[in-house]
Write a protein that binds this ligand. Structure first.
Ligand SMILES: [Fe+2]
Length: 494
């Protein structure tokens, strides 16, 4: 049903128009001869089209035009005037009027203009729906392109809020351990406290069947800024194969309309996208935990087997992070550094005990087997997607700056910075460590070794940063010899 408002201070014109529009069964026509009453009606009721006289005593039809568009932005407003001027026409159209009719007009012309206006309105409304569907496609694209969970949920919430004007949305997620719901994100709003409370998790308004994806919907009146608003509360359970993982909540506070079925369909698609994203992330997270437990066991196994290098990886990390900080690495790189240091020798798991723990010097043959450990490490861990960023630590920590290292004889800047950093620190710690065939050296001697091999074995920049840290005290005996305050639990964050 279309709500049509007719405003003219001449009763007989109103009557003629009412009679002409009476033949349209889906028009609810409201006529006013007092323009103030028309303006009041427009501000408090849903209106699709307004037909108004331009001059009604001291009251300008342009005020009706302004009131109609302020309350109903997509309303069609047609002005009628017996005194047409170019200036008037321009003014009406600039204010957003759809058209104007010159009195006296034929009723056929009036009906044709109204129908054209309503068709124009329909196209605009369909365009809005199309725009929402495009927004939905952006969400789908983001999901398939591998966007991380939090930004994806934020995008879903913003899209849900943009599907409907005057609405706000939030996503609550269920904690996998304690089963409680906590807000993951909420669209910005300065809504009524009742609205904000609902978005943040006060779901008492909606009764939701947790076993289905059917949303709970409550329609009620809410007074905002002293004006009554029709308010729809919608709570969509996010259902994945593993059960309910959260809620998409939407509050729609239109002054005239409750939420419509087409809008609910769009929101439903957003809710199922959010549920899939959460499920996929949970699976990744479980897989990640399971991988890390396995790797932790492997790393522990290495430390346990190589009795001469126990604690080596912890010490290497403690020293390396001092230099990494001097290079200004961000938190992501620092987390990778930690895992890289702890796993860099993982390939030694494939080196026989007889070589790994040989009390004397290695033969050429044995040394060649030992040299396989970087490539072996990559073969063990390289297939795990989230460990790929730490591969440079594993593969490149025995490369030398002058190109005489292994396994690829990379040279200078061609060696990943992770490998160049680890080469310096790994060697420093190796010199300090006791071996069955020699006692460990002191830090001063180890430092001199770094300087002696600066530019040949080691990147000069890294050696300089090491010396700077050594002299300013940030690499000190606590760092070098301190009890390992770190452990393999730290593998959690790559
Ligand atoms: Fe190594």
């Amino acid at each position: 049903m279309k709500n049509i408002v007719v405003v003219d201070d001449e009763q007989y014109i109103c009557n003629i128009i009412m009679e002409a529009l009476g033949e349209f069964p889906d028009f609810a026509v409201h006529k006013f001869t007092a323009p103030q009453e028309a303006a009041a009606f427009i501000s408090e009721n849903s209106v699709d089209l307004v037909l108004t006289d331009l001059v009604m005593g001291n009251f300008s039809g342009e005020k009706i035009l302004d009131a109609a568009l302020a309350n109903h932005p997509d309303a069609v407003v047609i002005l009628m005037t017996g005194y047409p001027t170019v200036k008037t026409a321009i003014s009406v159209l600039r204010r957003g009027g759809y058209d104007y009719l010159i009195k006296p007009f034929k009723l056929e012309d009036l009906k044709a203009t109204i129908q054209r206006g309503l068709e124009h309105q329909q196209i605009k409304r369909e365009n809005v729906e199309l725009h929402s569907q495009l927004e939905l496609m952006k969400v789908t694209d983001a999901m398939t392109s591998g966007m991380k969970l939090q930004p994806l949920l934020e995008l879903i919430v913003q899209t849900a809020a943009s599907v409907l004007p005057q609405s706000a949305a939030s996503i609550l997620l269920r904690n996998q351990t304690n089963r409680e719901f906590t807000p993951a994100c909420r669209s910005a709003s300065n809504h009524d406290p009742a609205v904000v409370g609902f978005l943040d998790g006060d779901m008492g308004k909606c009764t939701v069947d947790f076993r289905t994806a059917v949303p709970g919907i409550v329609n009620e009146e809410l007074v905002i800024d002293n004006k009554p608003h029709k308010c729809s509360y919608v709570a969509y359970p996010l259902i994945s194969r593993g059960g309910m993982v959260g809620f998409l909540n939407v509050v729609y506070t239109d002054r005239f309309n409750h939420i419509k079925p087409g809008q609910l369909r769009l929101l439903s698609l957003l809710a199922s996208t959010a549920a899939s994203a959460v499920e996929s992330s949970n699976q990744d997270s479980n897989l990640h935990k399971s991988y890390m437990q396995t790797i932790r066991s492997l790393a522990n196994a290495i430390e346990a087997r190589d009795r001469y290098t126990a604690g080596h990886t912890d010490r290497v990390y403690r020293i390396a992070r001092v230099i990494a900080r001097k290079m200004g690495w961000n938190s992501t790189r620092m987390a990778r550094l930690r895992t890289g240091c702890l796993l860099h020798d993982i390939g030694k798991i494939g080196v026989p005990d007889s070589i790994l723990n040989k009390p004397g010097q290695l033969t050429e043959f044995e040394r060649n087997i030992m040299k396989k450990h970087p490539e072996l490490g990559v073969r063990i861990l390289g297939g795990i997607p989230f460990l790929r960023p730490i591969m440079p630590y594993i593969i490149a920590h025995h490369e030398k700056y002058d190109g005489t290292g292994y396994p690829h004889a990379l040279k200078g800047e061609g060696i990943p910075i992770e490998g160049r950093l680890l080469a310096v620190v790994d060697t420093f710690d190796a010199i300090l460590s006791d071996r069955p065939y020699r006692p460990g050296g002191d830090p001063q001697y180890a430092q001199e070794e770094l300087v002696r091999n600066k530019g040949t074995q080691f990147d000069p920049l890294i050696v300089d940063l090491f010396l700077e840290a050594y002299h300013d005290g940030s690499i000190n005996s606590n760092i070098i010899y301190g009890r390992a305050g770190l452990n393999l639990q730290m593998l959690n964050s790559v």
